[in-house]
Ligand binder design. Structure first.
Ligand SMILES: *Cc1c(COP(=O)(O)O)cnc(C)c1O
Length: 356
């Protein structure tokens, strides 16, 4: 039985002491699902694994960092936590604040937050403040306020967030018994790609793995500041969790890319939605649109011929991070499919629609 969260599991790698109160919802230990269907579709001599972070307590990887950020805030005697959020950070912060007996304040961009995420923050009792500005504006305001008041900032610029999130790499290596060759991941504020890279490097230093993966980050085409090397004043994408025009961990994401010999590229909303549907219909995994950017990135990379000279005798090992759960954004799912047909209530009608 797994009753431990990521802090207890990996405390030797984390900045905690005996005195740190461990605020946990038993996050982490998420499934690493092999997607044979994708391997076949892509005709790739590789094993493709999906790390389904939607299985975390609040439905996204944010919980890995939040358990540590809130534990440290509690240790430091803070009474409240605050974040700017495209949704998942607020869902996570508000839940962990409840565990810690702290207040939570959330600033969100008006009208651009998935329904499930908003519901979570509200039901956990967060004070939710919608502003008529985008995420980047929200983060700037939250930084100013938390600098001045005894409120802990729990966005990913909080170093404990990155520390907690690096446990994702540890789990992948522990589950596989080695590090993957390629690590595909959506990039928004770029905290997660930074965290995974840090985790892999630390595991190598600790002698747990022998090689490091190439970090393959993917932004949405309408919000791809790192790819184009410029701030996006008006980022646009249906993948709201990566709708970021000026990533907080920009430089560190570039370092992860360059040190690992990977890349950061973009995928269009159409490509994201296509992968989102493939994952649901062909693999059986329902993730949120932003999460599908990793798999859209893999598909794009394969199509570009990137792997042509890299498919050796041994199968490549590829991991794609599916960052959040599909139920977060039910509206998007419904928009992507045709609505059920209503018929007169009799057996023939039903059988006809069943195809018999
Ligand atoms: C936060 C989030 C991202 C982006 O992660 P960053 O660390 O900001 O790059 C991607 N997908 C989901 C579901 C998220 O919640």
């Amino acid at each position: 039985m797994n009753i431990k969260g990521v802090i207890e599991r990996y405390k030797e790698y984390l900045p905690v002491t005996e005195k740190t109160p461990i605020i946990t919802l038993c996050e982490g230990n998420t499934p690493l699902v092999r997607a044979v269907e994708l391997e076949k579709m892509l005709n790739l001599n590789a094993e493709v694994y999906l790390k389904f972070e939607g299985q975390n307590p609040t439905g996204s990887f944010k919980d890995r960092g939040m358990t540590l950020a809130v534990s440290k805030a509690k240790e430091e005697g803070m009474q409240a936590v605050m974040c700017a959020s495209t949704g998942n950070t607020s869902a996570s912060a508000s839940a962990y604040a409840v565990r810690a007996g702290m207040k939570s304040f959330v600033v969100i961009p008006e009208g651009n937050i998935a329904l499930g995420k908003l519901a979570q923050a509200l039901i956990h009792g967060a004070t939710v403040i919608a502003i008529n500005g985008n995420f980047d504006v929200a983060l700037k305001l939250v930084r100013e306020i938390t600098d001045e008041y005894p409120v802990a900032l729990v966005n990913s610029i909080n170093p404990y967030r990155i520390e907690g999130q690096k446990t994702g790499s540890f789990e992948i290596c522990d589950d596989l018994g080695f590090a993957p060759d390629y690590h595909f991941i959506p990039v928004g504020n770029a905290g997660n790609i930074t965290a995974y890279w840090k985790g892999y490097k630390e595991y190598k230093e600790a002698g747990k793995i022998n090689n490091l993966p190439k970090m393959m980050g993917f932004q949405a085409a309408g919000a791809c500041p790192i790819v184009e090397g410029r701030v996006f004043e008006h980022p646009e994408t249906i993948a709201t969790a990566i709708r970021i025009g000026n990533p907080a961990s920009w430089k560190m994401a570039e370092a992860a890319r360059d040190e690992s010999g990977g890349l950061i590229d973009k995928v269009t909303d159409d490509e994201i939605i296509e992968s989102y549907k493939i994952l649901a219909k062909n693999v059986g995994v329902f993730c949120e649109p932003a999460s599908a950017a990793s798999v859209a990135g893999l598909i794009k990379t394969v199509k570009s011929g990137y792997f042509n000279d890299k498919q050796a005798d041994i199968k490549l090992k590829i991991v794609c991070i599916l960052t959040g759960h599909g139920l977060k954004d039910p509206d998007r799912a419904i928009k992507c499919v045709s609505s059920p047909e209503t018929v007169e209530a009799n057996k023939e009608n039903i059988l006809k629609l069943m195809g018999y």
